[in-house]
Design a protein around this ligand. Structure first.
Ligand code: ZN
Length: 162
């Protein structure tokens, strides 16, 4: 993807600006924008997935702010350190299974460190794996659950080395 295409994606999908404004800003004709739109289908889908999450959690911040937060951190579970690529690898090699996998597990989820606060406070949000998020519920504090995460981490390590 070129820098200009990246900027197009940002303006079009994240900021949701109009084609005619984007065409002026990037100094390219509408027809080029239409072509890029088609070419960047996968990238658009990835952003759309993040917007769905943003909408589902009713996050009361500009989407661009949430998006920057979401893509910035290293994508691993705050509690047990598992990454999405490690989860994928374990699933594909039969080291991990759950009936829930159709809906949960593959992707890291949003966890509120303090569950009583809203999702709007980005300092209160972390990425968590399904297994940690599911166990933490609204019962354990971040510090308490960090201890549980350490145990999960050891178990994942054993499974990853199998
Ligand atoms: Zn975890």
């Amino acid at each position: 993807m070129t820098d200009q295409q990246q900027e197009f994606l940002r303006l079009c999908i994240i900021e949701q600006e109009k084609y005619k404004d984007i065409a002026v800003k990037l100094n390219v004709p509408n027809s080029t924008l239409t072509q890029w739109y088609e070419e960047l289908k996968e990238e658009r889908q990835a952003i759309a997935d993040i917007r769905n999450l943003y909408t589902r959690k009713k996050i009361n911040l500009p989407f661009s702010e949430f998006y920057s937060w979401y893509i910035a951190p290293e994508r691993k579970c705050h509690y047990c350190d598992i990454t999405e690529s490690q989860i994928k690898m374990m699933l594909e090699t039969g080291r991990l299974d759950t009936k829930r996998i159709a809906t949960r597990g593959r992707k890291l989820e949003l966890d509120r460190k303090q569950p009583n606060l809203k999702y709007d406070d980005l300092d209160n949000l972390v990425l968590s794996c399904y297994w940690c998020n599911n166990a933490k519920t609204d019962t354990f504090t971040e510090d308490e659950f960090k201890k549980v995460g350490e145990v999960f981490k050891k178990i994942w390590k054993d499974r990853l080395e199998k």
